[in-house]
Design a protein around this ligand. Structure first.
Ligand code: HEC
Ligand code: HEC
Length: 404
């Protein structure tokens, strides 16, 4: 059964619990879906700064509550930081520092070097304040922590920023688990997540089901965001900034029983620019040589007709969510448990984008990452729908998915 969930009137009622001053109304969304005109460059630039550097004041959590600054300055060397997936922005490094990393004169096993990198603003997604004695006095996080990586152009994990690309090396749980302020049982949950995953509902409902960090690119023409299609991009940006990053502001959604008020409001005024920046982030083009172009052409036919993937992955962004459709877990053969924690209780057909861009992007796939490879995603549908595909058709379909 397909569920028509978002005729404009129905959706307006559904989000009645949301604050009306936020740009989350479906009308805004519908308007932008039909107006694909140029975006304001000043707003894009402002949004980029917010996405990369704004903590919304979340230092009160990461510093005052979790005391991460103490752990970092005493025991997190750059080698340790890179091993849990943190990335370094080469463009923030002065020439002398680059030379020192290259010739080994900078000690990557010394936490003081991490503090120096934070002082330079070079650790992607982490904002540190360092005093005159080179003591780290506070830390906070930004959207870029999870939704940016680097191109490894200087060294592994050190390069130019790639905004919107999920950091699938990042072990957020292992990082939070370093905090001295956690109970043993909280720490065990954080340690169980592994790289590339995060549970954006654990601190709300106490359940432990981390999902794969998705890209924040390629969403300009996607009507509803997150795996469960709960609402628009700004709805989710507001949710995550206030309830997860612990930035300051007021987030309310009665559908999931969440009302977090942490004044002053530092998120709402930034949502429009932040959204514009995300809309400006295009899906990266496939890298020639990482797929077989002839096979991909054949695979397109398999996708569109033989396997009928396009019945759900439809249109230019490969999702039927723009037609107001979400799917029951049974329809997609997905575990219902994560959907049940969301507002929609359903799954959105994932807009297919950047599925294969090694080394940064190469799975895992589905919300819980249960398909390690593209082959495994196809096997999932073969089983679910009793498709009969030849080995050649499956291989062609994989090559096609690599081009999306
Ligand atoms: C700690 C890691 C983390 C941080 C920090 C974070 N996100 Fe996310 N983001 C996630 C995860 C995990 C999801 C998937 C949640 C879900 O679908 O239930 C997600 C989902 C999204 C999506 C939806 C993608 C899609 O396919 O629809 C967007 C857009 C997004 N985040 C933007 C942001 C922005 C903007 C910020 C800063 C305000 C931010 N995120 C901060 C982990 C993070
Ligand atoms: C009934 C609708 C439906 C059909 C038919 C369908 N999909 Fe999906 N697809 C979904 C939904 C819903 C999701 C999100 C599931 C989740 O994350 O739990 C998804 C997710 C995916 C993903 C994971 C994307 C990511 O970034 O994690 C891939 C790959 C995919 N589908 C490929 C296919 C292929 C190939 C076919 C045809 C063999 C197909 N789909 C047929 C609804 C469908």
């Amino acid at each position: 059964m397909l569920m028509k969930i978002c005729s404009l009137a129905a959706a307006a009622t559904m989000i009645a619990g949301c604050r009306s001053d936020r740009p989350t109304a479906p009308a805004t969304n519908a308007a932008r879906l039909t107006s694909a005109g140029p975006m304001n460059p000043a707003l894009i630039a402002a949004g980029q700064t917010i996405f990369r550097f704004d903590t919304y004041g979340d230092q009160t959590f990461w510093t005052d509550t979790l005391r991460m600054h103490e752990v970092i300055r005493t025991s997190v060397s750059p080698a340790t930081a890179l091993s849990v997936g943190l990335k370094v922005d080469v463009d923030a490094l002065p020439a002398a520092v680059k030379a020192g990393i290259q010739n080994g004169s900078i000690n990557l096993n010394d936490p003081a070097t991490t503090v120096a990198l934070l002082k330079l603003g070079a650790v992607v997604g982490v904002i540190g304040q360092v005093d005159a004695n080179n003591t780290l006095t506070s830390v906070g996080i930004t959207c870029a922590l999870c939704h940016s990586t680097v191109d490894n152009s200087f060294a592994p994990s050190i390069g130019h920023r790639l905004d919107g690309w999920p950091n699938r090396d990042l072990n957020v749980g292992a990082i939070i688990a370093l905090s001295p302020a956690l109970t043993a049982s909280q720490r065990a949950v954080y340690q169980s997540w592994g790289p590339g995953k995060y549970d954006a509902r654990f601190n709300i409902d106490g359940k432990n089901m981390p999902v794969v960090i998705p890209p924040a690119f390629g969403l300009r023409h996607v009507a509803r965001e997150i795996y469960t299609g709960d609402d628009t991009i700004s709805y989710w940006n507001d949710y995550v900034a206030i309830t997860q990053m612990h930035g300051h502001g007021h987030f309310v959604d009665q559908r999931i029983g969440v009302d977090v008020n942490n004044p002053p409001e530092l998120v709402a005024p930034k949502l429009a620019a932040l959204r514009t920046y995300q809309f400006s982030l295009e899906t990266p083009a496939p890298i020639p040589g990482t797929f077989d172009a002839d096979a991909a052409r054949r695979g397109r036919m398999v996708f569109n007709s033989v396997a009928n993937c396009a019945s759900c992955h439809v249109g230019s962004v490969y999702t039927d969510v723009n037609q107001g459709i979400l799917h029951t877990p049974a329809e997609d053969g997905q575990d219902p448990a994560y959907a049940l924690r969301s507002a929609s209780k359903l799954y959105r057909t994932t807009p297919l984008r950047g599925l294969w861009h090694p080394p940064q992007l190469k799975g895992p796939y589905f919300h819980d990452g249960h398909a390690a490879t593209l082959e495994a995603t196809i096997d999932h549908y073969v089983q679910l729908q009793g498709l009969s595909l030849t080995a050649r058709q499956k291989a062609d379909l994989v090559e096609y998915l690599k081009t999306l």
